[in-house]
Design a protein around this ligand. Sequence first.
Ligand code: HEC
Length: 316
Amino acid sequence: MRIILSLAAILLLAFAAVGVYFAPNIIRLWSENPSEQQASERKEAEARKTLAFASLTERLPKGKPITPRKGLDAESKKRWEILDQNLARHQDQRAELLKALHEKTRKFFVESPGEGPRRPVWPNPDELLLDEVYKNGDPSQPGLPADFPVSPGETLTRVNADDEFHFYHDIGLSDFLHPFGFGYIKDRDHVAGFSSHGFRNLGVPAHESKRWRINHVQLVGILSHEQPVVYLTDKLPSMEQVRQGKTRTLDYFEEAALPSLRDGEDLYIVSKDDTIRMLGALRATKICQNCHDAEVGDLLGAFSYTLRPAPKETKQ
Ligand code: HEC
């Protein structure tokens, strides 16, 4: 009899434990309003359509990237590796959600009143899934492009590519490449949720030295035309805007700077009066090879920057 009693007690305890474990879910199911549930299922089905798998093969530019003639030095290789790791981390974050959406292993767009106040997470998974994390960015050009050199012979001062300039270029690369937009890549013909490279810009980057400020950025395209061209975009460069098809030929500065990037330099910088012009390399890293036919280190494009002195901080 005692054995039966203690067995019953153990069973009761086990049921209680199971009950406690599942209670929050059961309560949530009860409290979920059926119309809310339908709405979230509808949103999910829509997302599955807009973020469907698509082929990028036709879209990818067919031109040949430029292999650096002298190779890259160790410092440069390291910088591109770090960028690659950061891009991969961001891509993974969204790719996982896209995978879950298509495999239906996770629910999206669900308000969960049963779970009480949640700690705010960044990025919000629903916004990340829809690639809306940076929807409040302002991709306007912060200022005007430089108006020099006016002749090929004009003497300009070469400026050393120090940390500050690399800092601006790194931020430019990450912003433009927009790794959240790479999507979930099974292969080039099956990519879910791709959105084009393009600056979203959450603010003009300010380096701690407070010397310079980016005023203008243009994209030098080398993959879509016989000769390199500069895509003319009203806003900071985006492939969406590039599709409007306005281009110009390289100017004297860009002509003079591109050979250095072809050799293997990442930045070529000159100054005149209080304005800086900088050409910065967009090189292929491992992650680009998912889509672009290029060797690691190859030049896929460049940014042509104008920088001017940072505005002086006013004391409050
Ligand atoms: C998920 C696929 C994908 C990945 C990954 C990717 N790209 Fe692209 N890239 C594209 C597509 C597609 C285009 C063509 C424009 C469009 O349709 O958006 C493009 C265009 C470009 C262009 C413009 C070329 C021109 O001359 O018009 C550059 C530069 C570029 N990519 C650089 C890179 C670099 C550098 C990386 C890696 C760090 C990278 N891309 C990773 C898909 C990708």
